[in-house]
Design a protein. Structure first.
Length: 263
């Protein structure tokens, strides 16, 4: 029953936040955790573009991944990159800090003349600066990030929207415009406690392609029903996993409280 509630809540939230209808997601403990899960999925997805199986081979000897972030990116994103093995943003030689305007916003003008990323790369954008609430220009920056020779293949775009994604449900058109184009990303992280008046330990991660989350976060054991399974049977890691877009997907924790009930 709890899983059903979570599935319904995830479906509602994806719709409320105007994310792509094919998106899938799950509840996690914090927006930091949401970014960790999303960046792990993004890491594995871009590595697969170079036929590198991160689940099988790990990161030792893996093709390098470049990281592009705005100069005002939140510290939790840096922490998340460190956790998934790609290095904290302040020390990484593979990190490109994108220039922002005086309000801390990534804009078409602030990145004018910069070469777009080429595979393999992860780009992080921001919906709601933690201090001043500013939003990156999503249509322009996402278009730039996908304008390289690969046409966006091998590029993963993540949006840290701890509180800013909720502008999508504002009654004011001017505020809804702030997240215009955010649906062009590959993953999103947001906090429920910041806007829904729910307790701590309530956040959501969503990804455009749920299979990427399953590939990075699923676990196989006789007592763990695989994603998409209706008979409670076991499944090996090598088998193809089918899932419904509205299905609750795995995350870092195998055991947790039913977060969807409060959502």
């Amino acid at each position: 029953m709890a899983a059903h509630f979570e599935s319904v809540a995830i479906t509602w939230l994806i719709d409320l936040l105007s994310l792509p209808k094919e998106s899938a997601g799950t509840f996690v403990g914090s927006c930091t955790s949401a970014s960790i899960v999303a960046l792990a999925a993004g890491r594995d997805a871009v590595l697969s573009y170079m036929n590198w199986d991160a689940a099988k081979n790990g990161l030792i000897g893996a093709p390098p991944i470049s990281i592009y972030v705005g100069a005002e990116t939140h510290s939790s994103v840096s922490k998340a990159f460190g956790v998934v093995g790609l290095g904290r943003l302040s020390t990484g030689r593979h990190v490109t800090q994108l220039p922002v305007n005086s309000q801390g916003v990534l804009t078409a003008e602030s990145i004018k003349g910069m070469q777009p990323p080429e595979p393999l790369a992860i780009v992080v954008l921001q919906a709601g600066h933690v201090n001043i609430g500013a939003f990156d220009e999503f249509p322009a920056v996402i278009a730039w990030a996908r304008s390289g020779k690969s046409k966006g293949f091998g590029i993963w775009i993540h949006v840290d929207g701890a509180f800013g994604l909720w502008a999508a449900v504002s009654s004011l058109q001017s505020r809804r415009e702030l997240v215009k184009g955010v649906d062009g990303a590959d993953s999103w992280a947001t906090d429920l406690r910041k806007m829904l008046n729910v307790p701590y330990d309530s956040a959501m991660v969503a990804v455009r392609d749920g299979a990427t989350l399953v590939a990075s976060m699923s676990a196989a054991a006789p007592y763990i029903p695989p994603v998409g399974d209706t008979d409670g049977g076991s499944q090996s890691d090598s088998q193809t996993i089918n899932f419904k877009p509205a299905e609750v997907l795995p995350e870092c924790q195998n055991s947790r409280r039913a977060r969807g009930l409060v959502a």
